[in-house]
Each structure stands twice: as structure tokens, then as C-alpha cells.
Design a protein around this ligand. Structure first.
Ligand code: MF3
Ligand code: CO
Ligand code: CO
Length: 246
């Protein structure tokens, strides 16, 4: 779906509000000693209380309402009985379906007191998103978004994960176009007014290389360095892009 009608945009905004509420609930709940499964339960309750459903649950067999990725886990961490502790960084990624529309967003949260280096990593993932967002404008190319994210991240010494990308979003969680976090300026599909995309830098304090654990989901950095993830659902416009999940 290239979501350009007013009605479609309203649907995307409403789904995104659910995701935002679930992220806020997770942020408020996270503290040393809570398990990632408990965080996931808070996310699922929030989504369902708003009349929406968690899209990730059952998506290609994924078991939970959220992806919760601790420290060197980049994305797709499966909630478990493991508890988070002070000094951990926890990425929470949530997709919700409301009235046929999807919203998708992720944040990395600090638990208790974390290292300065991890604070900077978290801030850099957010900043990388905004570098890419500059180009979520009618007439720009996907490669403009990608290269802005890559340049900013690498100039600041971070690895840019390549195995996973941002994406278009609409009635389905993943739609055209793919929005990589690395690439060349003036390349790739042209962005059009009304397109809905997820821009989601995943950066690490070390290598861009990752591996998938034997559970088939958990994506970890190859060198064990910590990773951060920052994602929003965005509408491309011919002026200022509209961020739906803030
Ligand atoms: N929310 C993820 C994204 O940003 C997709 C998660 S799929 C799941 O694209 F199955 F792992 F939940
Ligand atoms: Co996501
Ligand atoms: Co996404």
C-alpha cells in the first residue's frame, strides 16, 4: 500500500499511536530485576487494551508480542525468564495492527546506570534516524536516506548492521521499498508524497557483522559489542516528514 489517501493516513496514525503507547509502557516498566517476558506482557496488554493486536505474534512463527534485545543482541530477541540488570541496554521493538493498518517502532532503553559509551551509542542510533529522516521527502531516493544514516554512524565510529533493513509499511508490516541503513546517494527507488516507511538504524560499538542464534531469531553482533536500535513509522511528504510513532 502506498498510503496516500487521508483515510489511509489516519489509519496509520492510529496504529502508530498504539505502538507509541506500548513503548511508553515498556519504558516505564523496565527496571533491574524484571524479566523480558514480563516486559513483553506489559507490551501485549497495552496493545490489546487499545483494541489492537500484536503483529509480531505468530509472524513467521515468532512467539511474542515484542522483540526484546539485550546488550549485544541487535534485534529479534525472544522474551524469556532472563532478568535485566543495571548496566544493561534493552531494545524493544513493537509492531501493532489496528483496523487493518500497521505501526512499527523501536527504542533502546538504559537499565539503571549504564556506561557513557552505551549512552552515546543509544543517542547515536536516534541521531542516525534523524539524519535519514531529512530525506524522507518527495523526490528523494531511498539511497539518500540510507547513505545519510551510514555516513553519520560510521563517522562516529559505529558499525552499521546490514543484514536487516527498514521497510515500507501499510496493511502489512513489511512492504515496498526496502530501506537499508547503508547505501549510495541518488540510488534506489524514489520516495513519493504519502508513502509510509519505517526508518530503523541498527548500530553497534564494533563490527557491522552479525549472526543468528540457533533459535532462528536472535540476531547478535559477531564481536559481542553492544547494539542499539531506533525506529519510527514515517509518512513521506513534500515538506517536513511526519513521524507517527513519537
Ligand atoms: N518490528 C520488526 C521490524 O522492524 C519486525 C519484527 S518481526 C518479528 O521490521 F517477527 F520478529 F517480530
Ligand atoms: Co520494528
Ligand atoms: Co520495522
Amino acid at each position: 500500500m502506498i498510503c496516500k489517501t487521508d483515510r489511509e493516513r489516519e489509519g496509520m496514525r492510529a496504529a502508530s499511536r498504539v505502538v507509541k503507547a506500548a513503548l511508553d509502557a515498556a519504558r516505564d516498566f523496565i527496571k533491574p530485576g524484571v524479566s523480558t517476558l514480563e516486559i513483553d506482557a506489559v507490551v501485549e496488554e497495552t496493545i490489546r487494551s487499545m483494541g489492537a493486536t500484536p503483529s509480531s505474534k505468530g509472524f513467521q512463527g515468532y512467539p511474542n508480542a515484542s522483540c526484546i534485545s539485550v546488550n549485544d543482541v541487535v534485534v529479534h530477541g525472544i522474551p524469556s525468564l532472563a532478568v535485566v540488570k543495571s548496566g544493561d541496554i534493552v531494545s524493544v521493538d513493537i509492531t501493532a495492527l489496528l483496523n487493518g493498518y500497521q505501526g512499527d517502532a523501536a527504542r533502546t532503553f538504559a537499565v539503571g546506570s549504564v556506561s557513557e559509551a552505551d549512552k552515546k551509542l543509544i543517542a547515536a542510533a536516534e541521531e542516525a534516524f534523524y539524519m535519514g529522516l531529512e530525506y524522507a521527502v518527495d523526490g528523494c531516493r531511498v539511497g539518500d536516506v540510507s547513505s545519510a544514516i551510514q555516513l553519520y554512524s560510521e563517522l562516529n565510529g559505529y558499525g552499521v548492521v546490514r543484514a536487516l533493513t527498514g521497510h515500507g509499511i501499510g496493511h502489512k508490516m513489511h512492504e515496498f521499498p526496502e530501506v537499508p541503513n547503508f547505501g549510495k546517494k541518488h540510488a534506489g527507488p524514489t520516495l513519493k508524497n504519502g508513502m509510509c516507511i519505517c526508518i530503523e538504524p541498527m548500530i553497534t560499538r564494533g563490527t557491522w557483522k552479525v549472526f543468528i542464534e540457533r533459535d532462528g531469531w536472535t540476531v547478535r553482533t559477531a564481536d559481542g559489542s553492544n547494539a542499539a536500535h531506533y525506529e519510527n513509522t514515517v509518512i513521506v511528504t513534500d515538506g517536513k516528514p511526519e513521524i507517527l510513532t513519537i
